[in-house]
Design a protein around this ligand. Structure first.
Ligand SMILES: *Cc1c(COP(=O)(O)O)cnc(C)c1O
Length: 219
């Protein structure tokens, strides 16, 4: 679908939740190495782009350095790629999936970096992220001890399931954690992808990361 079509769908979903809910769209561009689709998205008004590999992100950042784009890192970050990622000056690292990773970034960063804590809300072994039971304490521990990690909220990938209720449950659980963290400054609740962004928004998401469904119209 085009960006306009996506915005229409987001609009319908957000009004089901609250007319005050503002939802940001991150266009996930990991499915193409070509930058022309990104330029077309930019020309349609898209400004936030997400990538899950540092190397690929670097190529795109360099190719589009004259464009005022917000780059979001959404993948599993290897420790040996931290310096490279930081040098790209990402707008937001969405995938802090362990205290150890936060420590490693904290040590290498020369200034505070905006980050989200990734929650393994579906408790799937194949997924990265902090277990929901220890999410709040881990968030607060990072906030307390790691001054270069500027936590802005949480991120999750919904349950991998055909059962809508199960997907909804994983978003609900993440929103509950987000809600508890609001009084500690959490602002972003990043959840929802191509197949489930409407459910995520109904459960309170204010940032969706949409790849395949959007990109197909721009390739
Ligand atoms: C790939 C990816 C997305 C986008 O997925 P689509 O289903 O293509 O919309 C969103 N978030 C993360 C963390 C991803 O890895």
């Amino acid at each position: 679908m085009t960006l306009d079509e996506l915005i229409q769908k987001v609009e319908t979903a957000r009004l089901k939740r609250s007319e005050h809910l503002i939802v940001q769209i991150v266009a996930v561009t990991k499915y193409t190495e070509d930058i022309e689709p990104l330029k077309r998205l930019y020309n349609d008004g898209q400004r936030a782009f997400g990538e899950n590999r540092v190397q690929v992100m670097e190529e795109k950042v360099n190719a589009l350095k004259d464009y005022p784009i917000e780059w979001h890192f959404i993948g599993n970050l290897q420790k040996n790629k931290i310096n490279k990622l930081l040098s790209l000056n990402p707008f937001l690292i969405q995938s802090i999936n362990s205290y150890e990773l936060a420590e490693a970034i904290n040590k290498r960063a020369k200034k505070p970096v905006r980050c989200l804590l990734e929650i393994n809300s579906a408790k799937e072994e194949t997924k990265h992220g902090i277990q929901p039971e220890i999410a709040v304490e881990t968030y607060l521990k990072i906030k307390e001890n790691l001054k270069n990690i500027n936590l802005q909220g949480v991120m999750t990938i919904g349950a991998h399931s055909d059962d809508e209720e199960e997907i909804r449950e994983s978003f609900r659980l993440t929103y509950e954690i987000f809600d508890k963290l609001k009084s500690y400054g959490a602002k972003i609740c990043s959840m929802g992808m191509s197949s489930d962004f409407e459910i995520a928004i109904e459960e309170g998401s204010n940032m969706i990361r949409v790849g395949s469904a959007l990109l197909s119209s721009y390739l």
